[in-house]
Design a protein around this ligand. Sequence first.
Ligand code: G4P
Length: 286
Amino acid sequence: MNYQWYPGHMTKAKRMMQENIGLIDLVIELVDARVPLSSRNPDIDELGRDKYRVILLNKSDLADAEANRLWTAYFQEKGLHVLEVNARSGQGLKALQGIVREACREKIERDRKRGIKNRPIRAIVVGIPNVGKSTFINSFAGKACTKTGNKPGVTKGKQWIRMNRELELLDTPGILWPKFESEEVGRNLALIGSMNDEILEMTQLAEELLQYLLAHYRKPLAERYRMEDISGTTTAAEVLTHICEDRKCYKKGQEPDYEKAASVLLDDFRSGRIGRITLELPETTA
Ligand code: G4P
C-alpha cells in the first residue's frame, strides 16, 4: 500500500515549528503509546536539540500496560523525561508538573542563582496529527488557568496559557509531520487512524492487523469475536470471514461483506474494544 502525507501540509507544519521553537524552553512531545516510534518524527530531536524535553506516551489507556513500561524505560534510557498519560480522562497529568520541574531543573537552578524570579518555563506541545495534542492542552490547562495577552516578540495572535507561576504553555500545538520511512510505519499510522481511511485499502489493512493480533493477542481477539476454535494455524482471512458471520456483514444474496467486517475490526481496535494493544515494541523496532 502507498502511504503518504501531503507535501504542502508538511512545509506549513515545518515552518510553524521553526517559527515557534525559538520562543520556548521546553518541548512536550506527544506520541501514541500504541506506536511510540511510528508516531514520532525523529527530526524533533534536531529541532528541539537545545530545549528541555518531555515525552508523553498518550492514549496509554489503549496500549498494553507492560509495553507502556518498556517504552517508558526506552525513552528514559535516551535521557528523556517520560510520562504515561490519558489526555482524554486526564489520567497521569497530575504528575506532569513534577516531571517538567525535573526536566527543566538546570534552568530553574540557574534562574534561582541569578535571583531571577517569576520567569516561567515556556512550553510547546508537539506531535503528529490526531495524537491528542488539543485534548491534552484542554485537559491539562483545564478551565482554571488564564490566557496571557500578546507579548512583545511574540507573533500577533499567539497566546500563552498560564498554568501556574512556573509554567506557560503556547496555546497552539506544533504539528509534526509523520515520517513514512518504511512500509511498517505507514501501516502502523493507518491502523491507529492517523490517515484518511478513504485512501486506504481497508480489507488489506484489516488482514495485516489480524496477522499481528493472531501472533501477539490471540486470546483477546478470540474473546471479542467469540472464536472458540482459534489456533496457531488460523489465518487472517479465516478470522475476517468469521467476523462477517459474527457481525452479520453480508451483501445482497448472503455474500460476505469483507469491507464492512474490516471496518468493524478497525473500529473495534481503534477504540480499545479488542483490548489494550501495542503494535510495536522497543526490541523489535529500535
Ligand atoms: P490532535 O490535536 O493531536 O490532532 O488530536 P486530538 O486532541 O484532536 O485527539 C484526537 C482523538 O484522540 C480524539 O478523539 C481524542 O478524544 C482522542 N484522544 C486524545 N487523547 C486520548 C487518550 O489519551 N486516550 C484515548 N482513548 N483517546 C484520546 P475523536 O474520536 O477524534 O474525538 P472525540 O470522540 O473524543 O470527540
